[in-house]
Design a protein around this ligand. Structure first.
Ligand code: SF4
Ligand code: SF4
Length: 376
């Protein structure tokens, strides 16, 4: 019979950063938390994430006895600056669709387990980070992110993958704690631009930029547009300011050539003007939380980032995109972005568009013109 040591050795051979074991008992505290915070997490059930069901491993595998958690360290190589500015790092080399990176390692580990008579399931809805803490692999931060204990210089740039299995192995020592140093005065909470972080390890996910960029309903509210800054998909701000991440962020790393090779496809102008075939070939295989039906949200996010760049070079792009798009959410955000950049060319474009617009787009144009007028 395969031993825990054999599985650890195989995980190392497959180049997982770390591995831990925990029991398959339900995540009672997580269930309690979700039930008490349905206002913040109800959306997750509505989009089919099944977080409540995921709190009991037996809902995933009837004969669940243990959970193996492996850690992937996803920031071993450096990413191009223009990608880090607009996208969360954990999405930059995400192979959950292409299945040509991490997926091969996971497949290898499951094959090893299967060959040794162990059935495994990798549920997307199990609390993976809590599983990792329960398996002794690290601690939480006040930013609600998981930090490794032994790898990646104890940073948060790790991705826990939990495998529910039908064999029992001795669990590792759990550490369900916040591991922040006393001297850090909640830099993450202060830096969160949309005030999603509430302090004490609490977050309102509906105000988190990550949620807003891929699940936000309708036109982004005015008061969030500036705080969301340059992010188009995901956000790393509370991790970037965290002193627990400084050692790993400042370490010299070789370049990630896979991400560098696709950086041009993710240029803001290309995202703003993309059509469905472009999206399906170049974007969706790497960042897939939004379908082709949500192209409007990608464009709205790109327009908002352009506006927040204050870069006059984007004015011509935004004017062209206003003419190309009939979606009123995209047009409204373009009007806002033109108002935010606010030069003469933007004003001329807005005045022209005002004549042919109505409803919420006309109102956004009126406010954009007003905001330029008070500055000059
Ligand atoms: S990811 Fe960004 S928006 Fe979300 S909690 Fe962190 S800093 Fe705030
Ligand atoms: S910024 Fe400070 S409080 Fe926030 S997670 Fe990092 S160490 Fe903890």
């Amino acid at each position: 019979m395969v031993t825990k040591q054999d599985i650890i050795a195989e995980a190392r051979r497959l180049k997982f950063a770390d591995i831990g074991f925990t029991g398959a008992e339900p995540f009672a505290s997580q269930k309690e938390y979700l039930l008490a915070h349905q206002e913040e997490y109800g959306w997750a059930e509505a989009v089919g994430l099944g977080l409540l069901a995921g709190t009991d491993p037996k809902n995933i595998l009837a004969g669940a006895k243990s959970i193996i958690v492996v850690l992937e360290s996803y920031f071993e190589e450096s990413f191009p600056g223009q990608m880090e500015r607009h996208f969360g790092r954990c999405y930059l080399d995400d192979d959950r669709v292409t299945k040509d990176g991490l997926a091969l390692k996971i497949k290898g580990l499951r094959k090893f387990l299967r060959e040794n008579g162990i059935d495994s399931k990798i549920p997307f809805n199990l609390p993976h980070r809590l599983s990792a803490a329960r398996a002794g692999l690290g601690t939480f931060g006040n930013n609600c992110v998981f930090y490794a204990r032994r790898v990646a210089r104890s940073s948060s740039f790790v991705f826990p993958i939990a495998l529910v299995i039908d064999h029992e192995f001795p669990p590792d020592e759990p550490d369900i704690a916040v591991g922040c140093p006393d001297w850090c005065r909640n830099a993450c909470v202060a830096a969160c631009p949309t005030r999603a972080l509430k302090g004490g390890g609490k977050i309102d996910p509906r105000r988190c930029i990550s949620f807003l960029t891929y699940y936000g309903a309708g036109l982004t509210p005015l008061e969030l547009r500036e705080p969301m800054g340059m992010y188009v998909y995901g956000c790393d701000r509370c991790q970037n300011v965290c002193p627990r991440n400084t050692p790993w962020m400042t370490e010299e790393k070789p370049q990630n050539t896979r991400v560098s090779a696709k950086a041009a496809d993710f240029n803001l102008s290309r995202l703003l003007h993309m059509d469905k075939p472009y999206f399906e070939q170049k974007i969706w295989p790497h960042m897939f939380y939004m379908s082709a039906d949500d192209l409007w949200r990608w464009k709205m996010n790109a327009a908002r980032a352009m506006g927040n760049s204050l870069n006059p070079a984007y004015v011509a792009e935004l004017i062209r995109a206003f003419k190309e798009n009939s979606d009123e959410r995209v047009r409204s955000m373009i009007a806002w972005a033109l108002g935010r950049i606010g030069n003469k060319e933007a004003m001329t474009g807005l005045e022209q568009f005002s004549k042919e617009s109505d409803g919420m787009v006309k109102e956004e144009i009126r406010q954009a013109i007003e905001s330029i007028a008070v500055r000059f």
